[in-house]
Design a protein around this ligand. Structure first.
Ligand SMILES: Nc1nc2c(ncn2[C@@H]2O[C@@H]3COP(=O)(O)O[C@H]4[C@@H](O)[C@H](n5cnc6c(=O)[nH]c(N)nc65)O[C@@H]4COP(=O)(O)O[C@H]3[C@H]2O)c(=O)[nH]1
Length: 828
């Protein structure tokens, strides 16, 4: 009905129209109210009364808004609190005449949508019109829909995969949280609705999810596929390495659901399984799976290769038929142990089908049932270690054998002793240990070269091994030292028999690199248990006995005797004290004059060392010089003697003595030092003594140790002006022919020949022969140890040039020697 016509209706017409309007109002399903600008009710219908549950008497034309709302306010429909305040607040809101829309739940349980609009007539505010629509059913439908949605969401959230639902317009309408997480889709993308399939494809294409290529073309292809609306399934590996299983299912009403499942782990474990299978099949290590009582369930090809058994021959049999436990271990205990500890490793002998055994390194690992936690299976891993064992054996052989001779070495000797001694103790056996050293080996090695020395050692090793029995043991300790163990002898004479056999075996010359060599052994023998309770002691005692065999003239054997150790102890004692002798001023020199044999005129003096020990008294050089030589202390002592002897003579000359020769003893060890000539020069310079007055007495054996080198040193000393004498001539092995090569001036006949010259025709012949030969070489001869006038007479008569001995003078102190010589020279 149009109420806004230009010509005003008359009263009747107006009444009719009003009646129509009322009819419309009464038939409207909603409630309607119109309040004027003074908030007075002007139009309403029954719906208004029904909705607001207003009593009919309260609703009349012109009733004020505040009066009407008092009714629901008093019923508490606006909540708790003061009624007047509610009325005032709501009235004030209404007076604003603003459009409003809200839902209100009525006490009746129904819900109304209240919508108000201001009313204008001729542009002037004329009140407001409010409609009240009962939306209870619609609300319920909406709630139900929401419940469905929530349920659906809950369902898709509980799916462990990403889920998306696209509408038939290819718009994303539903997804779970896993969807953006798994596909790495940012919230900005998903919140920017509508999220079309094309948008998602493009986003993915741009970030390279679909690989390289034209992005536009890729998106198009994907869209075409999506249009086909067919169920599909494929795998896609994302750039981050994750592999997705993607399944799409079209929906009846168009669109489709897609489920994305991360199968990376499944894939990896499948790959791992494949790898394990490959390892199982191709590894060279034997792998055997057994059940809980070690019955074989499966074997790999390597096991077949190692043992010769095919799988079907072993399945169902216990593994202990293949891998042999050591005899002291029974399978039940073994099983219990592995079940308890979870693993076992060690070496076992494995028997092949052929019956042969081979050593294997075995590892057994328990595999538990994941449900019961009880041992369900065992994995046996076998590695054939035959080669390693052989290599170890070779290494052991190398470690325990001497490379040069192939004989067992010191380590092997000690191990053998450690094995033999307890046996000998248990069975009360006597055992002999022989310590053997080759005489003159060092000279051969030094003069003829190491290859010759090596050849000699090899031949000696060979002869030794042939002489002894199989049960005996021959070792080389290094250098020219050998040890022979005779494990079960009944009597010490058995050891003597073997020692004699060894001496005999080495007595025939040895051919080495074109040289015919003569060598002989010095053998020391000690017996277990008589000579020591343990390996160390009996070895040491055999060594001591050997030392004595050498001292006793070589090429012989000596049994150890307890007093030999006394000598060793004494040597050690002297060494200890000697180290302090110089610093503590315990050394001194004495001087023994030398004379012309025909006129008894002094020709010089020999300086002789003396050691006055504060508690032990005078210690003979015969006791301490060998120790000093052995230990090397002689170098320091020798320097001291040289310097002080030169100084004394210089001092005497300065004090008025006629200049004469002073002879100083030089040991082999001093002579071997490279700086010996410098030491002599230093002593001469330090004392101011002319070189011509110094004579060095060198023993025959010391120059023979290394003749070539000795010649060079002696020549240098000769060039310096120092004269040289060979001491103790006749006691060593050297021949006069050899001595010809040495630049020497004097030959000293050893006093042992002089002592017996009157009675022993042999000694006399040697002494006189030496004098004649020395003269033929142009050498001056001096005889030492002349004690009697007869000795002097014999020597003089046979052309001996000079003499020295108690007959003329004992060694004297410095002051006494000066007085003696001074007086003799003056009386000349
Ligand atoms: N029975 C007897 N003996 C006589 C007679 N005349 C001299 N003697 C002794 O014979 C030894 C001669 O010295 P040697 O043969 O060089 O023998 C020396 C020498 O080899 C060594 N020696 C002594 N002093 C030194 C030294 O300063 N340096 C080195 N390297 N060795 C020394 O010690 C050895 C022994 O020296 P000493 O005990 O002083 O013994 C000295 C001397 O006292 C005699 O008529 N009858």
């Amino acid at each position: 009905m149009d109420t806004t016509e230009a010509s005003p209706p008359n009263a009747t017409e107006f009444g009719r129209r009003y009646a129509y309007l009322q009819a419309v109002l009464s038939n409207l399903p909603q409630g309607i109210s119109v309040f004027d600008e003074h908030l007075r009710l002007r139009v309403w219908n029954q719906g208004f009364l029904d909705v607001l549950n207003l009593p009919a008497g309260a609703v009349f034309d012109g009733v004020h808004f505040s009066e009407l709302i008092r009714i629901p306010a008093e019923r508490g429909e606006y909540g708790p609190g003061d009624v007047e305040e509610h009325i005032a607040r709501i009235t004030a809101l209404a007076l604003k005449f603003e459009a409003h829309s809200f839902e209100r739940a009525r006490p009746s349980g129904r819900t109304h949508l209240v919508q108000g609009e201001p009313l204008f007539i001729d542009g002037q505010l004329a009140g407001f019109i409010t409609t009240y629509t009962d939306i209870t059913e619609r609300k319920a439908a909406e709630v139900e829909l929401q419940r469905h949605d929530n349920l659906l969401q809950t369902v898709i959230e509980s799916i462990p995969s990403a889920v998306s639902l696209f509408s038939k317009d290819k718009e994303l309408i539903l997804y779970n949280q896993e969807f953006p997480r798994l596909l790495d889709l940012p919230p900005s993308l998903l919140n920017d609705r509508p999220v079309t399939m094309e948008k998602l494809f493009r986003f993915n294409a741009e970030r390279g999810e679909y690989g390289p290529g034209d992005q536009q073309a890729i998106v198009q292809t994907l869209l075409v596929k999506a249009d086909q609306n067919q169920a599909h399934r494929f795998e896609r590996t994302r750039p981050n390495g994750k592999t997705l299983d993607i399944r799409g299912m079209p929906l009846d009403e168009g669109g489709f659901v897609t489920i994305y499942t991360d199968i990376s782990e499944r894939r990896a474990s499948a790959e791992r399984e494949q790898l394990a299978q490959k390892v199982f099949n191709h590894t060279p290590t034997g792998i055997i799976f057994t059940d809980e009582v070690h019955r074989i369930l499966s074997i790999n090809p390597a096991t077949t290769q190692m043992t010769g058994y095919e799988a079907f021959e072993l399945l169902g049999h216990t593994v202990f038929g293949l891998a042999n436990l050591p005899p002291e271990q029974n399978p039940e205990c073994f099983q219990e142990n592995v079940a308890l500890r979870g693993s076992w490793r060690g070496e076992l002998e494995v028997t092949k089908k052929s019956g042969e055994d081979f050593p294997a390194y075995v590892r057994v690992t328990r595999v538990d049932d994941p449900h019961s936690g009880m041992p369900a299976h065992y994995i046996w891993i076998l590695a054939d270690i035959t080669e390693r064992k052989e290599a170890e054996e070779r290494m052991r052989h190398i470690a325990q054998h001497d490379a040069l001779t192939g004989l067992p070495n010191r380590l092997a000797l000690l191990m053998r002793l450690a094995q033999l001694l307890p046996e000998a103790r248990r069975h009360k056996l006597t055992m002999a240990i022989m310590f053997l050293d080759l005489d003159r080996f060092k000279i051969i090695n030094d003069t003829l070269g190491h290859p010759v020395g090596d050849e000699l050692l090899r031949e000696v090793a060979c002869r030794l091994s042939k002489v002894v029995r199989e049960t005996d043991f021959v070792a080389r300790l290094g250098g020219d030292e050998f040890v022979v163990i005779l494990p079960g002898i009944t009597n010490p004479s058995d050891a003597a028999i073997v020692a004699n056999k060894i001496i005999a075996a080495l007595s025939s010359p040895i051919e080495a690199e074109g040289h015919e060599l003569h060598t002989s052994p010095s053998i020391g023998i000690s017996l277990f248990p008589d000579d020591g309770p343990d390996g160390d002691t009996i070895l040491k005692n055999a060594d001591t006995a050997m030392y004595h065999a050498k001292a006793a003239g070589r090429n012989n054997y000596q049994f150890f005797a307890a007093d030999m150790n006394k000598a060793t102890a004494e040597r050690l004692n002297i060494e200890r004290k000697l180290r302090h002798a110089i610093a503590r001023n315990e050394l001194a020199l004495c001087f023994q004059p030398q004379f012309r044999a025909d006129s008894s005129q002094p020709t010089g003096v020999e300086a002789l060392i003396r050691w006055h020990h504060p508690t032990d008294g005078l210690i003979s050089p015969l006791r301490f010089i060998p120790v000093a030589e052995e230990t090397g202390i002689i170098v320091e002592i020798g320097e001291w003697v040289l310097l002080n002897a030169c100084r004394e003579m210089k001092h005497w000359i300065d004090a008025g003595l006629k200049p004469m020769r002073i002879a100083v003893n030089v040991s082999a060890r001093q002579l071997r030092r490279r700086d010996f000539c410098e030491t002599v020069a230093g002593a001469l310079a330090g004392s101011g003594l002319p070189a011509e007055l110094l004579e060095l007495e060198i023993t025959e054996s010391s120059v023979m140790e290394n003749p070539e080198e000795a010649i060079q040193i002696l020549e240098r000393l000769g060039r310096m002006g120092v004269s040289l004498a060979i001491d103790d001539f006749g006691t060593g092995y050297s021949s006069l022919a050899y001595l010809k090569l040495f630049p020497i001036d004097h030959l000293k006949i050893d006093r042992s020949f002089v002592a017996d010259i009157e009675h022993d025709l042999n000694d006399r012949a040697i002494a006189f022969g030496t004098i004649a030969l020395a003269h033929s070489l142009g050498l001056n001869v001096i005889a030492e140890g002349v004690e009697t006038a007869d000795q002097l007479e014999l020597l003089r008569a046979n052309g001996c040039d000079e003499v020295q001995g108690y007959l003329f003078s004992k060694p004297l102190t410095s002051a006494a020697a000066f007085a003696f010589l001074h007086a003799r020279c003056r009386s000349e």
